[in-house]
Design a protein around this ligand. Structure first.
Ligand code: FAD
Length: 424
């Protein structure tokens, strides 16, 4: 093991998706002298599912990085990397198509993102703010605070250390390029690793799943450049689940089928022919777009394997979502984003919630660190306090549960897939 063993950060954030980047940027906005280390293992060659960003997201993006993320999103949309989303169309309550138009939304149009590119933009904004503070050298840094930073590495382990009555986290990572193992220290530790919640698992937390929803997805390419003018998100319910399709940049389209892992169609949807047959049998509007524009399923991307691919899409919650130290001598951890609460993709709220929760947690930690530096604080937050992080999560979950029940109970089908979701 090598590396600056005594480098001490205020906050180590594991995971550089929307939630982890929002913690770093929220922390920096509220307390620029707080230091953080962001650790992320993304493979930028692998397609990432989950492209719809609602227009309301512009508020949080403008706050997190007024001069970089939002202008870059606009520039990339003009250049065709991302696509503007003109509204939603669904075949849900009846067999008829119903539409909501983005022009009726005060925030205007949302986006169909190239997720990999968007997250590179988020991490770029984090790198920009971390460069503002120069890291200290190993000798200077011994036992002192360092500047902020971003490393491309995989989290492998964590332990709590105690020295002179003060606790700290010791986080072990493996660098992606060099494969060397390094360790970093901090007072706060954030798990933003997504649904795997890898850090929280090591700390003994458990994920409870509310259902067993799977998402089978495939990317299609059209040989008719710029012919597809349909920039809506289209949802179509079927007796065994639901489908959606969105246009992406570069003449691509994604099609996703959601069903339970024990549904017989789940086996069929794993295979290319099975997926295509199901799409044809179960959808009218999705199939029409795919066939009408001569879309062909892609054989795979740099990340390996062909389409369709499958991923977990259930609602889940982590217990506990974190632990705060009793006083300023202790160290604390929290999960954010999907690691803390993951949503059914029907909500299309995953990214915006991850950004908002991440920003709130970064802001709360920033304030606690400032209070502590000024000798004003250090005590653990209580349930009634506005900076009590599990209280934030409870509100988000209650709101989500109500919306989920509403949307699932609106559907016209009464088969097992739908009945399961109407039982509270
Ligand atoms: C099928 C499907 C469709 C979806 N569609 C939408 C949609 O249209 N709109 C929407 O808003 N949301 C959608 N979502 C949800 C959305 O993608 C998530 O809510 C969102 O990505 C959560 O962000 P996050 O930062 O918490 O986690 P993630 O985006 O999963 O990011 C986690 C990060 O941590 C890194 N990481 C993981 N493990 C390690 C490790 N050991 N070491 C270092 N780094 C690590 C990963 O590389 C990644 O960069 C969808 C989800 C699914 C399953």
């Amino acid at each position: 093991m090598s590396g600056p063993a005594e480098t001490m950060y205020d906050v180590i954030i594991v995971g550089g998706g929307p939630a982890g980047c929002a913690v770093a940027l929220g922390l920096e906005r509220a307390n620029p002298s707080a230091s953080f280390l962001l650790i992320d293992d993304t493979d930028p060659k692998t397609f990432k599912i989950g492209e719809s960003l609602p227009p309301e997201a512009q508020r949080i993006l403008r706050y997190l990085s007024p001069n970089s993320i939002f202008p870059k999103l606009g520039e990339d949309t003009r250049n065709g990397v991302h696509i503007s989303c003109t509204g939603n169309a669904s075949v849900w309550e009846s067999g008829e198509l119903t539409e909501t138009f983005a022009m009726m939304n005060p925030f205007g149009m949302g986006w169909h993102l190239d997720r990999v590119h968007f997250e590179e933009t988020l991490r770029g904004a984090v790198e920009d703010v971390s460069l503002k503070v120069q890291p200290m050298t190993t000798e200077e840094g011994k036992g002192k605070k360092s500047g902020s930073g971003f490393v491309k590495a995989r989290f492998v382990g964590v332990e709590k250390l105690e020295k002179g009555g003060k606790e700290s986290w010791c986080v072990q990572v493996e660098e992606l390029e060099m494969k060397t193992v390094k360790q970093y220290h901090s007072k706060w530790l954030i798990d933003a690793t997504g649904r795997k919640a890898s850090v929280a698992h090591k700390l003994g937390a458990k994920i409870t799943k509310n259902d067993n929803l799977l998402a089978f997805y495939a990317v299609f390419s059209s040989p008719l450049p710029d012919k597809d003018r349909d920039r809506r998100t289209l949802l179509e319910a079927s007796p065994t689940g639901w489908w959606y399709t969105s246009q992406l940049g570069n003449n691509l389209r994604v099609v996703v089928y959601h069903t339970d892992d024990d549904d017989p169609t789940a086996k069929q949807a794993r295979k290319r022919e099975g997926f295509l047959d199901l799409m044809q049998d179960q959808t009218e509007y999705v199939s029409k777009i795919i066939e009408g524009m001569d879309y062909r399923i892609l054989s795979g991307t740099g990340g390996g394997g062909g389409y369709p691919k499958v991923t977990a899409a259930c609602s889940s919650i982590l217990e506990p979502s974190g632990e705060e130290a009793e006083n300023g001598d202790g160290c604390s951890w929290f999960a954010v984003g999907d690691a803390a609460i993951a949503f059914d993709p029907l909500s299309s709220q995953g990214m915006i919630t991850a950004l908002q929760i991440g920003c709130s947690v970064g802001t709360i930690i920033a304030k606690k660190l400032r209070d502590e530096a000024e000798g004003k604080g250090g005590a653990k937050s209580m349930e009634q306090d506005e900076d009590y992080i599990p209280g934030l999560y409870r509100k988000v979950k209650d709101d989500y549960d109500k919306k989920k029940l509403y949307f699932y109970s609106q559907c016209r089908f009464d088969t097992e897939f739908w009945a399961r979701r109407r039982r509270v």
